[in-house]
Design a protein around this ligand. Structure first.
Ligand SMILES: O=c1ccn([C@H]2C[C@H](O)[C@@H](COP(=O)(O)OP(=O)(O)OP(=O)(O)O)O2)c(=O)[nH]1
Ligand SMILES: [Mg+2]
Length: 151
């Protein structure tokens, strides 16, 4: 397993609530908690940036982390991310923040310590542009946006 440097910014994390951990041996995501001081009612349509009490330093430019919604929260309660997906750069050292968007028709209360999103470490290939006049032929060419039909 990869070692990831992390700072606990909220002492309740690791005491009152466990540090993010894989729920099963095959889990891809580490659940992030809302480190709130009191319950937060998120109105229908409202978005708020919530602290996780945690900072990470990925350090390796060949890696990044993504913040993704939890499927239960998103599907059952309409609690998804205001930025749809959060991308954490390998040189980011600040607190991990979760943009919580209530896309449902009703208000939803997020409690302190509640697991609101998940963090996934992913490989990254950094590329430099090699400017050319023409590309080699490909089967698709410039066709896109439904070009291959719907059946
Ligand atoms: O859901 C998120 C998304 C981003 N970040 C942090 C980590 C990331 O490395 C940094 C910048 O994110 P991004 O590049 O997506 O945002 P930006 O709007 O382009 O800001 P910047 O100008 O700082 O790059 O913000 C979070 O904590 N949570
Ligand atoms: Mg950016």
């Amino acid at each position: 397993m990869h070692a990831l440097q992390a700072k606990v910014l909220d002492p309740r994390l690791g005491a009152e609530w466990p540090l993010p951990a894989y729920a099963t041996t095959g889990s891809a995501g580490l659940d992030l908690r809302a480190m709130l001081q009191e319950p937060l009612q998120l109105q229908s349509g409202e978005t708020q940036l919530l602290p996780t009490g945690l900072a990470i330093h990925i350090a390796d430019p060949g890696l990044a982390a993504m913040i993704l919604p939890r499927s239960g929260m998103g599907h059952k309660h309409g609690i998804v991310l205001g930025n749809l997906v959060g991308l954490i750069d390998s040189d980011y050292q600040g607190q991990l923040m979760v943009s919580c968007w209530n896309r449902s028709a009703s208000a939803f209360t997020i409690n302190p310590g509640e697991r609101i999103a998940q963090l996934v470490l992913v490989p990254v290939l950094q590329a430099r542009f090699e400017i050319v006049e023409e590309f080699d032929d490909s089967q698709r060419g410039s066709g896109g946006f439904g070009h291959t039909g719907s059946h």
